[in-house]
Design a protein around this ligand. Sequence first.
Ligand code: C2E
Ligand code: MG
Ligand code: MG
Ligand code: MG
Length: 290
Amino acid sequence: YGAKRERSGVEVYEASRDGNSPARLGLLGDLRGALDQGDVELHYQPKVGFDGGVVGLEALVRWTHPERGRVPPDEFIATAESSGLMPRLTEYVLETALAQVARWRDAGLTVPVAVNVSSRDVHTPGFAGAVAARLARHGVPPGSLQLEITEHAMLEDPQKAADTLAGLTGHGVRMSLDDFGTGYSSLVHLRKLPVSELKIDRSFVARLVVDAEDAEIVRCTIDLAHSLGLVVVAEGVEDDATWGRLRDMGCDAVQGWLVSAAMPAHEATAWLRARDDAPEPVAGAEPVRR
Ligand code: C2E
Ligand code: MG
Ligand code: MG
Ligand code: MG
C-alpha cells in the first residue's frame, strides 16, 4: 500500500497516497536524520547532443528510507522547502556534486554537472556568493557548474530571484531554465533572465509524436530559444521516434531513459568512460546514441 514500482524495480514510497500530514511530518524528521546518516545520495543523468557528445550530467537527489524504500524527490522537495530544511539539502547536493566533478576531472573526465536549485535558494541573500566560495574550495571552474531553476521558483520575489541569478552568472555559473512551459512563461520574462539553456518539460516531449499540438509547442519553443541564443534540451526522451523528431526540429540535446536513467556515481563514471573510449562518430553516418 502507498508504494509502486520504479523502473529500476525499487519500491517507491508515496506520501501523497498516505494522505495524512503526520506521515509527512514523520517523513520530514526522517529526512533530517537521513542527511546526517548518509541515506541521501546523488544520481547523475546525462544530457547528450545529437552527435552523441555528452553536454553534461544532471545531479538528482535519491533518498532510500530504511523502511519505506525509495522516496521520490517530488514527495519531499516541497516539504523540505516549507520546513526550512532546504538550505541543508541544497548544501549537501552542491557539496556532493562539486566533489564529484573534481573527482571526475582528476580521473581525466571533464564534464559539467547541473544541480537543481529551489525557490528558497534563490531567495536567500548571499546564495550566489556561497556557491562561488564552494566552487573555489573544490577548485572547480564556475563553467563546470550549471544550476537548473524553474520559473515557478522565481515567483515569490522575482526581483530578488533575478538578482541572485545575476550574481551567479556574474561568477561564471551557467543557468538553465527547467520544466519550461509549465510555469507562467512570458516572453518578456525569458528575454530578461540570464539563462543560457532552456529545458522543455517532459509533459510536452512525451506526446510529441502522437499529438500535433504538442509537436507545434515544442517546435516553437526550440525556435524561440534559438532566437534568444539559448541552448535547448528536451527532457524525458524515451524512444527513437521522439529523438528523431527533436533532431529534425533542431533541438540541441536530449535527456531521458532512451539515453540513460539517472545512475549512481560509480555507474556514471563507467558510462562516461565507455563514451570516452567510443570512436568519434563519422560525419554523415548514423550518430551513436545509446
Ligand atoms: P527535474 O529537474 O525536471 O528532473 C527530471 C525528472 O525526470 C527526474 O525525476 C528524472 O529522473 C526524470 N526523468 C528523466 N528522464 C526521464 C524519462 O525518460 N522519462 C520519465 N518519465 N522521467 C524521466 P526525479 O529524479 O524524480 O526528480 C523530480 C524533480 O525533483 C526534479 O525534476 C527536480 O525538480 C526535483 N529535484 C531532484 N533532485 C533535486 C535536488 O537535488 N534539489 C532540488 N531542489 N530539486 C531536485
Ligand atoms: Mg532539473
Ligand atoms: Mg526538468
Ligand atoms: Mg520536469
